[in-house]
Design a protein. Structure first.
Length: 666
């Protein structure tokens, strides 16, 4: 047996592992918005009993110098550091740690001195450490440390020398000039992508602009759609999302309810993009011109709405790309271009791109140019159609390319697909993601799913946008639950998630008509123009407005991470809370998931988590109905009747006593 002749290498005794947050070992960034904090934890350890110290290093990507933040020990070799991100774009962070020789010496000196042991030799060792520290320091600190070393190493009274060695000021100054000669830096540099607040919080309203008028026989124009903007803004929405606004092809155009034979005046599906009037960089003539769209965009901004556009990377057979770049599409053996399929469904009016064609490079670049075209007109939010049917590497490249020049652009992934694919789309850069919320209707389903979204590592990279319904999805809960079902799903979406959306008139009018046996809307706007009676009896516009106002007035609803579910002795009742870190804003939500019957039960209020004692009286103010209740202790009773209100949104108010012994609730 021969021995290895490899020279041993040694740089540091410190081990750094299990650094969080990270996504796939640092392969992808975590997500934050401007002003948020990044809390970084790590296991930092070494053999023996020496004390360790370290720094959290962070910087904006591209900067040379690191900003450093001290690490705090949490126990069990776990350390914590925090930094706040204040600029859009990508930021980097890592951990550096070392054996803290001075802190170890100081700890041991205190123990020996308290035990009455001889510490003369220890004081000399400490003096040498202090002298070394003075060599690393600057200015007045250097001279102060040298003088302190002389006192500790001198021949004066031993107790005075020990007291001087244990001074907090000495420890504080040396902490600023640590010995990092044998420091260990974590092997990877991790990253965080910082976006603007709308990536985390916002209420979305989806509207087909062509249905904004009163005549179902013709398309409404951008000018007519502009008249709806103040009403949508007044209802408390932040984002108005428009399905594709581009010219619609005529070849294989679909008729009402997705029939194959369209009449001459049928408008077709907006997702069948492209005609002789143009493609992805043009607008449907029935809506107006690019100049009309620009005016519409400006009008939306005036009332506080952002416009989100649909990006659907597919073409009708009439799209100019088909004629100019047939190499960008898949072909059958006979040479014809293949239309889209999801067997048994067939989409004869749509040609998908071939992202793996030999001409993939110019195709990818052109699709980036499509996004940039609209960004430069002022659009900063995009809902991306079916991203799970395009290569994941394309999206990683495409999003990074757009964000490089426009870091304020937000991308919503519309991917109702397998969980791991949905998550990977979030990892590669999508700001927000559609979810399975529509199909989570029971208490167990909701608790399990939202615990996963907000209480596991998924929350570091995947932000949920909870749409109650879409033009493609009318769940049976809404088909058969009546008005109360729409209210239930609204409260759930708006309070479980910081970002949520509704498919506009259909939702506020409680439209529940579906093609029998399906989740497809009867007379769907995807294939025909609808003239909605927006004041139809039974609408829930006022209810929506109130919920959106509650969201804007309560900071705890503007993020997701504080969501906690609590016990209630009725499986038809869902009880959960959100709170700010300082407990200055606490909401307790109780929702009756049964839209047909009254339900009642005893809630278990988490007193300790809310900073309350068992003996405390506290008030809960129902922000939906404006009723107020005085509660005490953990167990409290509720009863919810769907015909009145299927939910409570309780604002917690604590008792405050004035100097005159007058109690009131704050």
């Amino acid at each position: 047996m021969t021995s290895s002749k490899k020279t041993p290498e040694f740089s540091s005794r410190v081990v750094i592992e299990n650094v969080q947050p990270e996504v796939d070992g640092g392969r992808f960034p975590v997500k934050r918005v401007v002003g948020e904090e990044v809390s970084v934890t790590a296991d930092v350890l070494a053999e023996g009993h020496d004390l360790l110290a370290g720094r959290l290093l962070h910087r904006a990507a591209g900067e040379v110098r690191w900003t450093e933040t001290p690490l705090t020990e949490l126990g069990n070799d776990r350390f914590l550091g925090r930094f706040r991100v204040m600029e859009l774009g990508r930021h980097e962070f890592t951990i550096e740690a070392w054996v803290d020789r001075f802190a170890t010496w100081r700890r041991d000196l205190r123990k020996k001195a308290d035990a009455g042991q001889d510490v003369e030799s220890d004081l000399k060792e400490g003096a040498q450490l202090i002298r070394e520290g003075s060599g690393r320091s600057r200015g007045k600190d250097a001279s102060w440390l040298k003088a302190k070393a002389e006192v500790i190493d001198g021949r004066g009274d031993l107790s005075i020398r020990v007291k001087s060695a244990l001074e907090e000021e000495l420890a504080y100054i040396l902490e600023r000039y640590p010995d990092r000669e044998r420091a260990r830096r974590f092997s990877r540099t991790l990253s965080v992508v910082v976006e603007r607040e709308r990536a985390r919080f916002g209420a979305w309203y989806e509207m087909f602009p062509r249905s904004a008028g009163e005549d179902p026989r013709r398309s409404a124009t951008f000018k007519e759609a502009e008249e709806r903007l103040p009403e949508i803004a007044a209802a408390g929405f932040d984002v108005l999302y428009l399905p594709p606004i581009h010219p619609i092809g005529r070849t294989h155009r679909k008729g009402p309810n997705n029939t194959l034979a369209a009449a001459g005046d049928d408008p077709g599906s907006p997702w069948a993009i492209g005609s002789e009037e143009g493609g992805h960089k043009a607008v449907e003539p029935g809506l107006g011109t690019l100049a009309d769209f620009d005016r519409f965009l400006a009008a939306a901004k005036e009332v506080g709405l952002e416009i989100a556009l649909d990006l659907a990377f597919q073409c009708s057979p009439d799209h100019p790309y088909v004629r100019e770049h047939p190499e960008w599409f898949r072909h059958r053996p006979d040479g014809t271009i293949k239309y889209a399929e999801n067997p048994p469904k067939m989409y004869q009016d749509i040609y998908p791109f071939d992202f793996e064609s030999e001409a993939w490079v110019p195709l990818w670049r052109e699709l980036k140019d499509v996004a940039v075209f609209w960004v430069e007109r002022g659009v900063r939010i995009f809902r991306v159609d079916n991203p799970h049917t395009k290569p994941l590497p394309f999206w990683e490249w495409w999003i990074e390319e757009v964000r490089h020049s426009y870091p304020d652009v937000i991308f919503l992934s519309e991917a109702f697909t397998r969980p791991k694919v949905m998550r990977h789309l979030a990892k590669v850069g999508f700001s927000q993601s559609y979810t399975y919320f529509t199909w989570r209707n029971t208490k167990a389903e909701l608790v399990d799913y939202f615990t996963e979204l907000t209480g596991t590592e998924v929350r570091e990279y995947m932000r949920a946008n909870l749409f109650t319904n879409t033009p493609d999805i009318l769940h049976e809960y809404l088909q058969f639950g009546g008005r109360a079902a729409f209210q239930v799903r609204l409260v759930l979406a708006a309070t479980l998630g910081a970002s949520y959306g509704v498919y506009g008139p259909a939702f506020e009018l409680c439209e529940g008509r579906a093609v029998p046996g399906t989740e497809e809307y009867q007379d769907s706007e995807k294939f025909q123009i609808r003239a909605w009676d927006r004041n139809r009896r039974g609408n829930i516009r006022e209810f929506i407005t109130r919920v959106n106002r509650i969201r804007r007035e309560n900071r705890c609803l503007q993020s997701d991470w504080s969501l906690r579910f609590h016990d209630v002795d009725n499986d038809h009742l869902l009880f959960y809370s959100k709170k700010t870190e300082d407990l200055g804003n606490v909401l307790l939500m109780v929702v009756n998931l049964d839209p047909h019957h009254a339900q009642q039960g005893w809630l278990s209020v988490p007193l300790r988590d809310l900073g309350l004692r068992e003996t405390d009286h506290y008030q809960v103010h129902d922000l939906l109905g404006d009723a107020r209740f005085l509660w005490q202790g953990e167990a409290n009773f509720v009863r919810l009747l769907p015909s009145e209100s299927p939910a409570h949104i309780f604002l917690l108010r604590r008792k405050v006593r004035t100097e005159r012994d007058f109690d009131y609730f704050l």
